[in-house]
Ligand binder design. Structure first.
Ligand code: AVJ
Length: 343
């Protein structure tokens, strides 16, 4: 088929979508930098660790969507319910402006905000940021089909690169940066510190940050949220090894590792590990890496910190991010906070 034929086959609505869509790759579509140096570093420490972003290959992103539907995994539905209840209020508070989302994934929760902005007849400009280009592009196209006046400028990028790029991209109106789902909880206090500095550096005075974060709660609830009865979380955790095998020519035998997750009460964080069930040696050829495991030795694949509302408010306030409002659910399981960079 010639190019002109291909074009004439497209319907006018598809043209309209192309005109309203811009996607920029700040990372190579086939890979995410740094290419494996973080794996080498993590697996060379005495407590072996792997960065949580290696969960999210296509299969892992799919498994995560399944986790969000599990009866035991309360965060997604709790946050969505708070958003549904408060979106109109949030839209009124931020006024018209661009919506930026870090870790946009399937953009399901974003629709709640877009609906509220649309009701107030605000122009809809959305800037999703995600490391997974496939998910970003397909959800952007779906959004454009559903919101006829929406403009999307997506960045396929790590958070760090995207925040640097934000400074120069698409300025003019105020921005609301959304960081939902308690992804902040994956960062340890030092990483969190660096990350919040990068966010404020990317913001202009008067810009907003909408932050979703999981709250401290009874140990049993947390433990079952990360040890679901259907084993989806275990599959999600183990999938990281499949991903590394494929990506770095590894030979992890996933039958020789098991999922282990628990709530570390004094540290206020869920820890997720993969535990080696025996003594074994693993090679990752593309990284020229050999790793020995003792029986019972673990790889820490994720921390998921659980926060306290007042501590969070103080932390943000001390960085010039002035808390305007915190919303929560009836059980106080999850928090949603809107703050504004000091003017
Ligand atoms: C998407 C990082 C917020 O920490 O709860 C779900 C990921 N891990 N089940 C979380 C996750 C295990 C999730 N975050």
């Amino acid at each position: 088929m010639s190019i002109s034929q291909a074009v004439s086959d497209k319907s006018s609505s598809e043209y309209a979508i192309e005109k309203r869509l811009q996607i920029e790759y700040l990372i190579n579509p086939a890979s995410v930098l740094p290419e494996g140096s973080d794996v080498v570093k993590g697996l060379s420490q005495s407590q072996k660790t792997l960065p949580p972003r290696y969960f999210y290959d296509d299969k892992g992103s799919q498994l995560f969507e399944q986790i969000c539907e599990l009866p035991e995994y309360y965060p997604t539905r709790t946050e969505a319910a708070i958003l549904r209840e408060r979106a109109a209020e949030i839209a009124r508070m931020t006024g018209a402006g661009e919506i930026v989302e870090l870790g946009s994934g399937s953009s399901t929760k974003t629709r709640i905000l877009l609906d509220a902005y649309e009701k107030l007849s605000y122009p809809l400009r959305y800037l999703p940021i995600d490391v997974s280009g496939g998910i970003l592009e397909s959800s952007a196209r779906q959004l454009l089909a559903d919101y006829p006046s929406l403009q999307v400028h997506g960045l396929v990028s790590t958070y760090e690169l995207a925040l640097q790029r934000l400074k120069s991209a698409w300025q003019s109106q105020s921005r609301t940066i959304c960081f939902l789902g308690s992804t902040l909880g994956n960062l340890n206090p030092q990483e969190c510190d660096v990350f919040l500095s990068q966010i404020t550096a990317a913001m202009e005075a008067g810009d907003y940050l909408l932050l979703g974060f999981d709250l401290q709660k009874a140990k049993d609830l947390l433990s079952s949220a990360y040890n679901d009865s259907q084993g989806v979380t275990a599959a999600f955790n183990l999938n990281m090894l499949h991903h590394l095998n494929r990506r770095f020519e590894g030979n992890f035998d996933t039958t020789q590792f098991e999922h282990w997750a628990f709530y570390n009460e004094s540290g206020h964080q869920v820890e997720m590990h993969l535990r080696s069930t025996r003594s074994q040696t693993v090679h990752l050829r593309a990284l020229n890496l050999t790793v020995d495991f003792a029986p019972g030795e673990t790889i820490l694949t994720e921390i998921s910190r659980k926060f306290d509302i007042n501590t969070m408010k103080q932390e943000l306030q001390s960085r010039g991010l002035v808390p305007l409002q915190v919303w929560t659910d009836i059980n106080q399981w999850f928090g949603l906070l809107l703050c504004q960079l000091q003017t």
